[in-house]
Write a protein that binds this ligand. Structure first.
Ligand SMILES: [Zn+2]
Length: 246
């Protein structure tokens, strides 16, 4: 669990310059578009499709394209969270705290990097920071239009209508993005396989409602009893959502 949280922090730290780049007027997103590798391009395509999946009248709290407008608020908030977290980590491991940020627009990287490196020594307290860290990953991914393992989509599944054990009335967001290979071991020295650039990915949307049983013509992949749609089927999935919304 600790390694995963530390890897999450390292991932956010690694994307900080991209986030800060969003605040530069005239910056086109994605910030590194000219340097995209084939893999990253594939990730972008997946992200574009994800946006389409979520942009249906069926979606709960669907929002149009992610941020730019609020990017300064995002940077200031993330810096505050990162600095507070680094302070907490330092106190927990009896280590001097880092100097406070020089302004609201300072880089959060030193704080994120510090926490990522020392999280393992603060194991007892780490669980209380899980929400903060998860929030930073989600905000970073959303702002940059990235998709990530564990991302919950706002769409309502047209087959089970979002029915879960806790919500028999339905309407829940039961679709989660999963990297189906993420449980395999990384042989490239990455702390967490999800963020390893060398490891292959197999991204799918999985309906985790628990009672979802689309007919076999609508789903060809089942993961531990849950229907799954690999990203190559997302165009079809988006069309299916559109039709369900009519
Ligand atoms: Zn479903």
């Amino acid at each position: 669990m600790i390694t995963r949280l530390a890897a999450d922090l390292a991932w956010v730290a690694g994307h900080w310059d991209d986030l800060a780049g969003l605040a530069t007027p005239g910056t086109r997103r994605p910030y590194r578009a000219p340097m995209l590798t084939a893999d990253q391009r594939e990730e972008r395509d997946q992200a574009a499709w994800l946006e389409r999946l979520e942009r249906t009248p069926d979606a709960i709290g669907a929002s149009p394209a992610p941020v730019p407008a609020g990017v300064l608020d995002l940077l200031v908030d993330m810096l505050a969270d990162a600095a507070a977290l680094a302070d907490d980590v330092a106190l927990e491991i009896h280590c001097p705290t880092l100097p406070p940020p020089s302004s609201g627009f300072a880089s959060a990287w030193p704080y994120l990097d510090f926490s990522a490196r020392h999280l393992a020594d603060a194991e007892q307290a780490a669980d209380t920071w899980r929400g903060t860290i998860r929030g930073m990953v989600e905000r970073t991914a959303r702002a940059l239009g990235l998709i990530y393992d564990g991302q919950r989509l706002t769409a309502v599944c047209p087959w089970c209508r979002g029915v879960t054990a806790d919500h028999p009335e339905g309407g829940q967001a039961t679709w989660v993005v999963r990297n189906l290979l993420s449980r395999q071991t990384c042989g490239h020295g990455a702390a967490d396989r999800r963020w390893c650039p060398e490891c292959p990915t197999l991204i799918a949307v999985v309906c985790d409602g628990g009672s979802c049983e689309p007919p076999s013509k609508d789903v060809g992949t089942w993961i531990r009893g849950r229907p799954a749609w690999p990203w190559t089927e997302w165009e079809w999935l988006a069309d299916r959502l559109d039709r369900a919304a009519v």
